[in-house]
Design a protein around this ligand. Structure first.
Ligand code: G
Ligand code: G
Ligand code: MN
Ligand code: NA
Length: 254
C-alpha cells in the first residue's frame, strides 16, 4: 500500500494526534499558549512526523481534510483547557499553502469559532511568507476576513522566504516567528545576532509580537530576553507534547 492510501485510512481511523509545544513569555517565563503539531500513529511504522506526510497530503488532495481536522481538534482542546486547568491559553495552528487557498477556509474557521466561542486573539494561524506572495490581493482579503473573526496571523519561519518586507505593512499580520536557523548560534555568531536584533526591532516598530523558535540553550533565552523578544519556543523548555502531558507540564510548572 502507498503512503497516500494509508493517509486516507489515517483520517478515517483516528490515527492522527496533536502534540502541543508551549509558547513562553520571554520575560516572565510563564506559558502563554501552545503550537499544535500533528503526529501520525501508523499501525505498522509507528510514529510519523509531519515532515514526512504533510507534503503527501498536499499532493494527493487530502490536506484540506487533514487541516480541518487539526483546526477543529486544536480549538476544541483549547476551549476545554481554558474552561478547566489552563485559563487564558492561546493556540497556534499551522496552515499549509493549499489550505490558505481553499475557498472553504474562512467558512470552516467561522464554524469552529461559533462552536468553540474562543475569545478574539485566542486562535493564531501560522503561515509562511510564500503563501502571501502567490496572490497578494487574494491573500489580503482572506487575511482580513480571518482578522474579522478574531483570528491572529503569524508569519512562520520568518526570514527564510524571498519576499520583500513591505508585505508586513500591507498584510494584517499580528506576529512574526524568527526561524530557528537564526536562533541556533545567536549567542556566538555576530551575523545571527545582527539579524535577530534587526527582526525584533522591525517587528516592534510595526507593532508585531516577536516569537523566537528553536531555543535550546539558556544563553539564547537570555540574549532574546535582553533584546526584548516577546515569546519563545524550544527544547530548552519542552518538546511538542501529547495533550495530557502538556497539560500536566504546564500545571506543574505554574
Ligand atoms: O512537529 P515538527 O517540528 O516535526 O513539524 C515539522 C513541520 O511540519 C513544521 O514546519 C510544521 O509547521 C509542520 N506541521 C506540523 N503540524 C502541522 C499541521 O497541522 N499542518 C501543517 N500544514 N503543517 C504542520
Ligand atoms: O516550521 P514550524 O515552526 O512549524 O516547525 C515546528 C517544528 O520545530 C516542530 O517540528 C518542532 O518539533 C521543532 N522544534 C521546536 N522546538 C525546537 C528546538 O528547540 N530545536 C529544534 N531543533 N527543533 C524544534
Ligand atoms: Mn509553526
Ligand atoms: Na518555523
Amino acid at each position: 500500500k502507498t503512503i497516500e492510501e494509508d493517509l486516507r485510512n489515517a483520517l478515517e481511523q483516528d490515527q492522527l494526534e496533536l502534540y502541543y509545544q508551549p509558547k513562553i513569555d520571554c520575560r516572565t517565563e510563564r506559558v502563554v499558549g501552545a503550537e499544535a503539531l500533528v503526529r501520525w500513529h501508523h499501525p505498522d511504522r509507528g510514529l510519523i512526523l509531519p515532515g514526512e506526510f504533510i507534503s503527501v497530503a498536499e499532493e494527493c488532495g487530502l490536506i484540506n481534510r487533514l487541516g480541518a481536522w487539526v483546526l477543529d481538534r486544536a480549538c476544541r482542546q483549547t476551549q476545554i483547557w481554558r474552561e478547566t486547568t489552563l485559563p487564558g491559553l492561546r493556540i497556534a495552528v499551522n496552515l499549509s499553502p493549499a489550505q490558505f487557498q481553499d475557498a472553504e477556509l474562512v467558512t470552516s474557521v467561522t464554524q469552529i469559532m461559533d462552536q468553540t466561542l474562543l475569545p478574539d486573539g485566542t486562535l493564531e494561524l501560522e503561515i509562511t511568507e510564500s503563501i502571501l506572495m502567490n496572490n497578494p490581493e487574494k491573500a489580503v482579503s482572506t487575511l482580513n476576513e480571518l482578522k474579522g473573526l478574531g483570528v491572529r496571523i503569524a508569519i512562520d519561519d520568518f526570514g527564510t522566504g524571498y519576499s520583500s518586507l513591505n508585505y508586513l505593512k500591507r498584510f494584517p499580520v499580528s506576529s512574526i516567528k524568527i526561524d530557528r536557523s537564526f536562533v541556533n548560534d545567536i549567542h556566538v555568531d555576530m551575523d545571527d545576532k545582527a539579524i535577530v536584533d534587526a527582526v525584533i526591532g522591525l517587528g516592534h516598530s510595526l507593532n508585531l509580537e516577536v516569537v523566537a523558535e528553536g531555543v535550546e540553550e539558556i544563553e539564547q533565552h537570555e540574549y532574546l530576553r535582553d533584546k526584548g523578544c516577546d515569546f519563545i519556543q524550544g527544547f530548552l523548555f519542552a518538546k511538542p507534547l501529547p495533550a495530557d502531558v502538556f497539560e500536566k507540564w504546564v500545571t506543574e510548572r505554574h
